[in-house]
Design a protein around this ligand. Sequence first.
Ligand SMILES: [Mn+2]
Length: 316
Amino acid sequence: MIWPELDALLEKHSSFLISSHRGLDGDCIGSQLAMYWYLTSIGKRAVVYNHDPLPTKFGFLTNAGVFSTERPGDRFDVLVVLDCSNPSRLGWERLSDMSDTIVNIDHHRDNALFGALNIVKKDGAATGQILYDYFAYKKLSYPPHVAESLYAAIMTDTGAFRFSNTSGVILRMCADLCDRGADSALIYDKVYASFSSNGLLLQSKIWSTLAFYHNGEICSMEMPYALIKDLGATYGDSEGMADFTIMGGGVEVGMLIKYNDKETHFSLRSKGRVDVGKIAASIEGGGGHSSAAGCTMTIPFAEAKAKMLAIIEKAL
Ligand SMILES: [Mn+2]
């Protein structure tokens, strides 16, 4: 049981820096807020710092204002890294300048176990699930806004309870979070149904690139990063589009390709036959889950796309 170790470490120290991966998603946001609440509730100093900003659609969450992209100038006793398989995914460097001790809490199976304490539940649906279990172990009674953060974390990493990582355990957990005050309809509405008109316009442009390969088993969509700014949209508006690439019957693998002159990023999705986590991990810096993963190639778009198509076709 690793919880007593975590207890001891959190008790012993007084200042904590909380951070997560680039391209903030619901799980990393909700988990950071839950950890921030817990640490401050036991009288600790906690600061939340991420390379990328909080997507505006998550601004409704209580304490959303603690998210900062400004690197703190001081040191912390402990760096708590949540939902992040590898320090390189933080997007910021010189971790040892910030703290000597790292606590690593995550559910990615390719987690590099880079912490002094590693709490990695590889079969977990979300990092929010791990924190839920910790709070349950502590028999904590927490306010509705913390239940809301944990619910948002688990909801987004299960694709609103549609992905195969959704289970009875997860649904019972989320039922309990609703009993504790999480408003499931409101959270769904804020996260999935609150796009700006510019955001929807961006999505329509991405949809217009829809293409199929390999007898319809591979589906792709594309977006030059510059399009976001051109349309007055935000990065968050393109988040979630990758999930649409496996909506077609007969499609096995989907990819959303985002690119600029220097690099080409792939958000990969699979219905199960192909392990896209393995494909992503075969590219340096890439990784993820068997059904959803990501990687970046530092080569131009057309070349990168052809290369990825060949890799997927081989896996099929
Ligand atoms: Mn996650």
